[in-house]
Design a protein around this ligand. Structure first.
Ligand code: TRP
Length: 455
């Protein structure tokens, strides 16, 4: 069955590729501002619990589904359910990939622009100009040409890597870029913690302020734990389908989660030490990165270099995630529709890039989707994916393992390649049941909020 299917060249390569998918804008852009607005350490703690209790089981479900079937999501679900309706769960994943990548690519473009701004020393002009960083940012994203240009560059790079395939593209680039990412992050953490007043930032991130944590915050933490390890869309099924039988998947899963969490926390440390040391507001919202940080870098010695490194870090993280999102779509067309990799990549890379153009335009006067009320196309895509599509995908994946594939089969696959590991059945069922319930809770909470309006 594995005839001709591409494969990872090593166990280590798979772990880095999966970690590259997990570590992305979610870790460096989303996590810090979410923690900033929702009780700092309290949010961090809930998020860690969610990752272990909900994230790990579903991550392992995805790895095993992919490796067992040697197929991307649509093929995987239909192979294990005799071609029943479960294949639509795979289709939902393919659809989510379009939605997520359309806005992900736009922000990816911003990271390129901002690294160049930093390198040119422009942050100090921005910080001292009238209206400052906020005005600069608003003007940039509303521009109908420039952000689209950077978006196209970002998507072009994503397409180039995917064209080279699993080993020569995804794995090779993850192996090159992940160490760079870690190196940059360590430099930034050292810079952050050696600033005067850095301790405040660390305390903020790790000491819980339970009063600031709302139900909404808990729901966010749950949803984010999905997004940050790339779950609910079949990314990890697809990456799992390129695996050989000799890899210990539990160990790989733990590594991915460890790397992902460590990088989110380190990014939090790098950002909040600087934010507090230089007297800014930690609850800067989504603009924390693109608005607050550009005013902070010029105030520290070596600011231009550190500013550049920071946005380069964000760019690298976004790129290794974007390739994993595009690969889900490409693998579907290769596996199920017998397209060649080149055809599929050029066609769908192109289509998603075009969708992204609308997302980018929605920040300016060419917002073609004014009808979505206060939401622009960007928030629509972001909300639709992280609040609904991914949790639904993750929930149904848990249901699939519990009711269709069966936990015993899951365990059999999990134990393949893990010499001597024996996981008892009943606790495993309980873990999946619990994970499913927790995700169902996020979904219901969102649905009730929309229907009966808590906001
Ligand atoms: N995990 C990435 C991040 O934290 C984003 C990502 C990549 C993703 N692939 C995904 C999110 C699949 C959801 C589904 O930025």
């Amino acid at each position: 069955m594995t005839n001709g299917r591409e494969q990872w060249s090593s166990k280590f390569g798979f772990i880095l590729a999966a970690a590259g998918s997990a570590v992305g804008l979610g870790n460096i852009w989303k996590f810090p501002h979410m923690a900033g607005e929702n009780g700092g350490g309290a949010f961090t703690l809930i998020y860690l619990i969610c990752i272990l209790v909900v994230g790990l089981p579903i991550l392992l479900a995805e790895f095993t589904l992919g490796r067992r079937t040697q197929a991307s999501p649509v093929g995987a679900f239909s192979a294990l359910s005799d071609g029943s309706r479960w294949k639509w769960l795979g289709m939902l994943g393919v659809a989510s990939a379009f939605v997520i990548l359309s806005f992900y690519g736009v922000i990816g473009g911003w990271t390129i622009k901002y690294s160049l701004l930093a390198l040119a020393g422009s942050f100090s002009d921005i910080a001292s100009s009238a209206g400052g960083a906020q005005a600069e940012f608003d003007q940039f994203v509303a521009n109908p040409v420039e952000p689209i240009f950077w978006h196209m560059i970002f998507m072009g790079l994503t397409v180039l890597i995917i064209l080279k395939g699993v080993k020569g593209g995804i794995e090779k680039w993850s192996k090159a870029l992940m160490p760079i990412l870690l190196g940059i992050l360590i430099v930034l953490v050292i810079r952050g913690v050696t600033l005067d007043g850095a301790m405040e930032g660390i305390r903020f991130l790790f000491s819980p302020k339970w009063g600031d944590l709302t139900t909404e915050g808990v729901v966010l933490a749950l949803g984010h734990s999905f997004f940050t390890i790339s779950l609910g869309m079949g990314t990890m099924i697809t990456y799992g389908s390129y695996l050989r039988k000799d890899q210990d998947l539990l160990r790989a899963g733990l590594w991915v989660i460890f790397i992902d969490t460590a990088i989110a926390l380190l990014a939090g440390v790098a950002i909040f030490t600087a934010v507090f040391a230089l007297g800014q507001n930690p609850a800067g919202g989504p603009g924390l990165i693109f608005v607050v940080l550009p005013t902070i870098f010029p105030q520290m010695p070596g600011g231009a270099v550190f500013g550049f490194l920071f946005f380069a870090l964000l760019f690298v993280a976004a790129l290794t995630s974007a390739i994993s999102i595009l690969e889900v779509v490409i693998a579907y067309f290769i596996d199920e529709k017998q397209w060649s990799r080149t055809q599929a990549t050029l066609a769908f890379g192109g289509i998603i890039t075009m969708l992204g153009i609308f997302v980018s335009l929605s920040f300016g006067e060419y917002n073609v989707l004014k009808s979505f009320g206060e939401m622009n196309f960007f928030s629509l895509m972001d909300n639709m994916s992280s609040k609904y599509m991914l949790p639904i995908g993750g929930f149904l994946t848990a249901v699939f393992v519990l009711t269709r594939w069966g936990v015993p089969e899951f365990l059999k696959e999990l134990q393949t390649g893990a010499a001597g590991m024996k996981i008892p059945l009943i606790p495993a069922i309980a873990v999946f049941g619990f994970a499913g319930l927790v995700v169902a809770y996020i979904l219901l909470y969102e649905v009730f909020k929309v229907m009966f309006g808590a906001g």
